[in-house]
Design a binder for this molecule. Structure first.
Ligand code: FAD
Length: 375
């Protein structure tokens, strides 16, 4: 009986910073793209989640994207990228050139719908208009699916009765779509702050609400790697199999000159969260109502892992137990860009560590022969 249409030693799901980084590192360890490992990505083009981010988002200031490993060889660096162009265009172009230069042969647009355990193989089911429904069997799976496809909106009583428009960061297009409207922005991170700054002077009314007081940091960059506390909190939760905490709860928010201006002008003052949503607006704990036409939920994302449900890797504590990027329950499964690796610098580290561990896994006695090293 055939269990799959094709096979590869390694399947990588996702061609964002984490998936590309793993692919590059596997290639440097002599695995051939398209033969020894295959990358599936759901997106229409290169760019990972960045290709879907809103038009006004720029690189620089709070949004610093680390270079992928090997990028100097391509003659590219995000440090010198054009900050006047939308980040989504720049990142998509750089990833495209990177994929082409290293021949990473990403197969897209292909959605991984599920992964099943079949004896000693993992069977990856995919769906796409171009290739139809297919299965690929593999010894090792790298899940690098990021979070963009799993937007999170916390529950507030009455939210379903709101007569206005509710938008999550994932669906935000531009400030102009809210011109002349009364807007409530929810969230304590850089996305919420970016929306507040953009909507100032465009929205008819603007109110900011956050669950916690904003932890302003007097540095211009969101230095995720430097923010050891943030990485440690993520790591502890991942190891314990708990749901991951928000990144901003560990890093704080860097005060760029633009943000400083917003704070000093009184625009960037967050109110503690409202207690309920009503048809015409939001109700605060003091009983007052703010009338609103729009609520923008900049309330974050969760890891996108639905397609792994059949593997039953979810821990009792509600999350996935992951140590150094490897599933604790099933060492054939790697989580790149998960928890402590969920930044572009962390995703790069994921590449190095994961590729080495994959090679060790493939070298185990019951594994098929390793490919012959290329010239
Ligand atoms: P993604 O870039 O999300 O890539 C995942 C890929 O997996 C996507 O291409 C998607 O199409 C694919 N995929 C998902 N599910 C499937 C499936 N079932 N089948 C097939 N393909 C699938 N980090 C920074 O370091 N600097 C920043 O400035 C920064 N800004 C951010 C701004 C926002 C608004 C957000 C939400 C995050 C930001 N981050 C930032 C953190 C984020 O971790 C990085 O952007 C990083 O690029 C994520 O890389 P990734 O590869 O883990 O995920």
């Amino acid at each position: 009986m055939t269990i799959s249409d094709s096979s590869a030693s390694v399947v990588i799901i996702g061609a964002g910073q984490a998936g590309l980084s793993v692919a590059y590192c596997l290639r440097t360890l002599n695995l051939a793209p398209g033969r020894d490992f295959v990358i599936f990505d759901r997106g229409p083009g290169p760019g990972g989640a960045w290709q879907h981010r809103w038009e006004s988002l720029r690189l620089g200031a709070a949004h610093r994207v680390n270079d992928l490993p090997g990028m100097p060889e391509v003659g590219l660096s995000f440090d010198t990228a054009d900050q006047s162009r939308p980040a989504r265009e720049v990142v998509a172009e750089y990833y495209r050139r990177y994929e082409e230069h290293f021949g990473l042969a990403v197969v897209r647009p292909v959605t991984v719908t599920s992964v099943a355990d079949h004896d000693d193989r993992l069977v990856v089911s995919t769906s796409s208009e171009a290739y139809g429904e297919r299965t690929t069997s593999t010894r090792v799976l790298v899940n690098a699916t990021g979070t963009w496809g799993a937007p999170f909106i916390p529950h507030y009583p009455g939210a379903e009765t709101f007569k206005g428009h509710q938008v999550h960061t994932a669906n935000y297009v531009s400030a102009e779509q809210f011109a002349g409207q009364r807007v409530i922005v929810v969230g304590g991170g850089t996305s919420a702050i970016g929306f507040m700054l953009e909507l100032d002077g465009i929205a008819a009314g603007l109110t900011w609400a956050a669950r916690r007081p904003i932890d302003w940091r007097h540095s211009e960059h969101l230095d995720l790697e430097g923010a050891v506390a943030a990485v440690t909190l993520q790591d502890q939760a991942a190891r314990a199999g708990r749901a991951l905490p928000s990144i901003v709860s560990g890093t704080g928010v860097p005060v760029t000159p633009r943000i400083r201006q917003g704070i000093e002008s009184g625009l960037l003052v967050a109110r503690p969260m409202f207690t309920a949503v009503e048809p015409g607006g939001v109700r605060w704990s003091d009983g007052t109502l703010s009338a609103a036409d729009v609520i923008i939920w900049a309330s974050g994302f969760r890891p996108e892992l639905r397609h792994l449900a059949a593997l039953k890797l979810r821990a009792k504590a509600g999350g996935y137990s992951v140590e150094a990027g490897t599933s604790v329950l099933d060492p054939r499964i790697f989580f790149a860009g998960y928890g402590p690796q969920a930044s572009t610098i962390g995703a790069n580290r994921a590449g190095r560590v994961t590729a080495r561990r994959i090679m060790a896994k493939l070298a185990e006695p019951d594994a098929p022969e390793l490919p012959v090293p290329r010239g």
